[in-house]
Design a protein around this ligand. Sequence first.
Ligand SMILES: [Zn+2]
Length: 312
Amino acid sequence: MNLDLTNMLGPSEARIGIDVGGTKTQAVAFGPSGEIGVAHRPTDTAGIAGITATVSSLVDELRLLPEADSHTISAIGIGIPGIVDTAAGTVSHGVNIGLAESDVPLAATISRATGVPVSLANDVTAATIGAARYLGSSDDVALISLGTGLASGLILDGIPRTGKLGSAGEIGHIPYIPDGLPCPCGQRGCLELYASGHALTRAWPQGGKHPATHLMAAARTGDADARSVLDSWIHAVAHAVTLLGLTLDVQEILIAGGITEVGAPLLEELRGQLRRSAEHSQFLRQMGLDSRVRLVPRGAHVAALGACLTTF
Ligand SMILES: [Zn+2]
C-alpha cells in the first residue's frame, strides 16, 4: 500500500493501526511514506487481558522490525467490533471478541501496557475510513462489510456517522424475508442471514477455504444449483446496496470482506443484478446504483489504515 502521509507524520514518526477480529488481529505500522511493517496473530479472546496481550505483542513485534528502527511510535489506533465510545476509549457488546460487558476501558488499558496513546473506533467504521482513503473516494461513501455478519460503515459529508447508540449502518438486521430464518438478534428473516459471507458458505459449503470462488466458477460454467445459490445471494447483496443508495444517496458504495477475493466476476454479477432490478423502474435506473458500487481489493489493509487515521 503506497500512501503519502508526509503531511501528517514527522520524518521519524510512525503510527500503528490495528484491526481486531474475532479470529485474527492485524497490525500495520505507517511511516511518512506509507506502510513500514505488518504483523498478525490469532486474537486472544479471553476478555480485556486477552485483547491487551494480543495488541501488546503485535506492537512489540512491529517495534523490533528493522524498518521501524529509525521511527518513534507516537500513537496506536484500534478498530474493534462492538459499540465504541471514541471519546471515552471504551467498547461495549464486543461479543465475538470476548468483551460482552459494557464500557470496557480498552484504550487506557492498552495505552498503559504499550506506553503509547491509544484511540478506538468501531471496526467497520475504521474499514470505511481506510477504504475511502485507499480508493480515493469522495466525502460521501458507504461500505458494506460481508463477513460473518453484514454491517455497513458510513461517511457522510466527510464525517463518519456512527449514530446515537453507535449502531448506525446495522442494515444486516433489517428484515428481508418475512417470517424467514430466526436471527440471534431476536427477529426473523434478517438481511445478514441471506447476504453475508457466512450466508454464502452456509448455502454453498463446498470449495474448502474459498467457497465464494468455487461457487462463482461453478455458476459460470453452467451448474444450475450453483447459479441458483449465487443468484439468491447476489439478490440479497443488491438489496443491501439499494437500501443504502436510496436512504443516503451516497456517491459510492464499497463492498468489503473476504468475499471480495472473487474480484471482478463478483462485481459483474452484482452490477448485473442491480441493472435487472432497475429494468422496469425509471426511478431506479436514474439512481444508477450499478455504477456506484466498487470492490475494496482483497489484501488492502483498509481497517488497519482507517484505525491509524483515527489517531489524527
Ligand atoms: Zn437480526
